[in-house]
Design a binder for this molecule. Structure first.
Ligand code: F6P
Length: 341
């Protein structure tokens, strides 16, 4: 078979591990040819490819980013996009496509599957907000980076008797904040799912100061005060309609300084959470996803995504995977709230 593979949306640690696993298994076990499309759906639209044989994927397992490049190009938003995609796939003789991506990339994948293309998706996002899989690779690495940041900020915060606010990624889902906040023993964790009350946050910070320590506050980029007193949308929107966010960390640090009487500083982790080598957990998950995707292709499956359920890799319908975002449930947040202050 001739299998096309692409990585779309924001990059994430583990993408290269999937690419390597797909190529190694497809080539050595099935004698397939694997064609890499550069920069996500942009490469499919333009027919921009690179050959992927076993030597081409040597040593890429621990490498961050994606050797294929990525983009947020949305063929559905472009005039004639669907025809261009079909014409590239036909011209290159692609029998099956393995798109690796989040909600947006896999949304396009589901649309192509409905149009008759054999598609097996692989979920990725550091945000861990894709429904139908227990975890996406990239998340564990991002949580590791964020937890290390909390640990480091704690010691400098304590030394200077300051509040340290650390802003982490998560536009709609606060998974990184919840995990890093719990792992790092943050004084407060704020997530997009639960608009926060500023007086309560101030109370937790003062309580931490009263106990002789300084608070670290972990805040998702998409978190908001409940009174609607802040908007962090920059006005910029990507090809999938997502607003670019920014500013909650700095805003909060300024307000907390004023309200607690203690100096505050903000740190925005941003793309540090997305770059660099994947954790062992993410390498293993990404590799297992890649191997399972090749199995699915050879079983003739289409319109599906490989997913983690417990410790098993299963197949779920793409349509189900992208129907809802997996948000932090109220009880998960409540579990953490007990530890605030
Ligand atoms: O979707 C993953 C993600 O890392 C989000 O957490 C974040 O809001 C966004 O990508 C940032 O995107 P960009 O790479 O366009 O800055």
């Amino acid at each position: 078979m001739r299998i096309g593979i692409l990585t779309g949306g924001g990059d994430c640690p583990g993408l290269n591990a999937v690419i390597r696993a797909v190529v190694r298994k497809a080539v050595t076990e099935h004698g397939d040819e694997v064609v890499g499309f550069r920069d996500g759906w942009r490469g499919v639209l333009d027919g921009d490819t690179m050959p992927l044989d076993v030597p081409a994927v040597q040593d890429i397992l621990p490498l961050g980013g994606t050797v294929l490049g990525t983009s947020r190009t949305n063929p559905r938003a472009l005039e004639g996009g669907e025809e261009r995609v079909h014409s590239t796939l036909a011209r290159l003789g692609i029998d099956a496509l393995v798109p690796i991506g989040g909600e947006d990339t896999l949304g396009v994948a589901g649309w192509l599957a409905e149009a008759g293309v054999q598609v097996v998706g692989v979920p990725k996002t550091i945000d861990n907000d894709l429904d139908a899989t227990d975890f996406t690779f990239g998340f564990d690495t991002a949580v590791g980076v964020a937890t290390e940041a909390v640990d480091r900020l704690k010691t400098t915060g304590d030394s200077h008797h300051r509040t340290l606010v650390v802003e982490v990624m998560g536009r709609h889902a606060g998974w990184i904040a919840v995990h890093a906040g719990m792992a790092g023993g943050a004084a407060v964790v704020l997530v997009p799912e639960q608009p926060f009350d500023l007086d309560t946050v101030v109370g937790h910070c003062l309580h931490r100061f009263a106990s002789g320590r300084s608070p670290v506050v972990v805040v998702s980029e998409g978190a908001r005060p409940a009174d609607g007193s802040l908007t962090t949308a920059t006005g910029e929107v990507d090809a999938f309609g997502h607003e670019r966010l920014g500013g909650i960390g700095q805003w909060l640090a300024e307000v907390l300084e004023h309200r607690t009487g203690h100096e505050s500083r903000a740190v925005v982790l941003g793309h540090l959470q997305r770059g660099g080598t994947p954790s062992p957990f993410d390498r293993v998950l990404a590799t297992r996803f890649g191997l399972a995707a090749v199995d699915a292709v050879h079983d003739g499956a289409s319109g599906v995504m490989v997913a983690l359920r417990g410790t098993d890799i299963v197949r779920v319908r793409l349509a189900d995977a992208v129907a809802h975002l997996k948000l932090v449930p109220v009880d998960r947040y409540a579990e953490l709230e007990v530890l605030f202050g």
